[in-house]
Ligand binder design. Structure first.
Ligand SMILES: Cc1ncc(COP(=O)(O)OP(=O)(O)O)c(N)n1
Ligand SMILES: Cc1nc(C(=O)O)sc1CCOP(=O)(O)O
Ligand SMILES: [Mg+2]
Length: 220
């Protein structure tokens, strides 16, 4: 664990926005991120992967611009998968999946930073806790077309299992989450929702973020 308490971590997970340069429609990624920041996202993950993803200097430059925006709004900036980039930018943390760098090693490398781990079974959740993860990402909750290699849709079943097992690690649900279907994820026991397309492809990312935030706080 880092210096973030579990309670603080749970607050940060409320509306977790994730994006890269290929998740947008007409607006530029930086514009979308700033609108989402104004709308009240609680944490941001830079996830530059998939068709047409930037590489090399272009990727680093975009990451830096997005990090600067997050800093302006005092929102933690997390890097997906790319440990080297996270270290180079002194990011606030990293998110890794089961096919990425080993969680124990990542925990050591990012001793005072946030480490998020994806989990699809209760065993993976327990392993992530053992490795010292600050939070777990559970998904896909609903069908998603954003991640081509997503696992089978599991609804909220694993979230419920984690709560039944009295495991207190902060949880964020991910995959196909919209303002219309977010509340059951919270009701099942997640601390927040992780979103790509519902915000990044929205006509108005600011309004969409505000809508999601209301739902997560039970005011939707
Ligand atoms: C918050 C959050 N949860 C889960 C994931 C998925 O991570 P992973 O399984 O490593 O897949 P990729 O995102 O790397 O394709 C995530 N990124 N964020
Ligand atoms: C990045 C990611 N991880 C998932 C998982 O199940 O671990 S689903 C997913 C894509 C989330 O995008 P959208 O909000 O557009 O469905
Ligand atoms: Mg990954």
């Amino acid at each position: 664990m880092t210096s973030y308490t579990k309670e603080r971590m749970k607050q940060l997970l409320k509306v977790y926005f994730i994006m890269g340069s290929n998740n947008n429609s007409t607006l530029a990624p930086e514009i979308i991120l700033e609108e989402a920041l104004k709308g009240g996202i609680s944490i941001f993950q830079f996830r530059e992967k998939g068709t047409g993803a930037l590489k090399g200097a272009a990727k680093i430059q975009l990451a830096k611009r997005m990090q600067e925006l997050c800093n302006q709004y005092h929102v933690p900036f997390i890097v997906n998968d790319d440990i080297e980039l996270a270290l180079a930018l002194d990011a606030d943390g990293v998110h890794i999946g089961q096919d990425d760098e080993n969680a124990i090693k990542v925990r050591q490398l990012f001793a005072n930073k946030l480490v998020g781990v994806s989990a699809h079974t209760i065993e993976e959740v327990k392993e992530a806790i053992e490795a010292g993860a600050d939070y777990i990402g559970i998904g896909p909750i609903y069908p998603t077309s954003t991640k081509k290699d997503a696992k089978e849709v599991q609804g909220t079943s694993l979230i419920e299992k984690v709560k039944e097992a009295n495991l207190t690690i902060p949880i964020v649900g991910i995959g196909g989450i919209t303002a219309e279907n977010a509340f059951p994820v919270i009701q099942a026991g997640a601390d927040g929702v992780a979103i790509i397309s519902e915000i990044s492809m929205a006509d108005n990312p600011y309004e969409q973020t505000k809508r999601l935030k209301k739902v997560v706080f039970g005011q939707g």
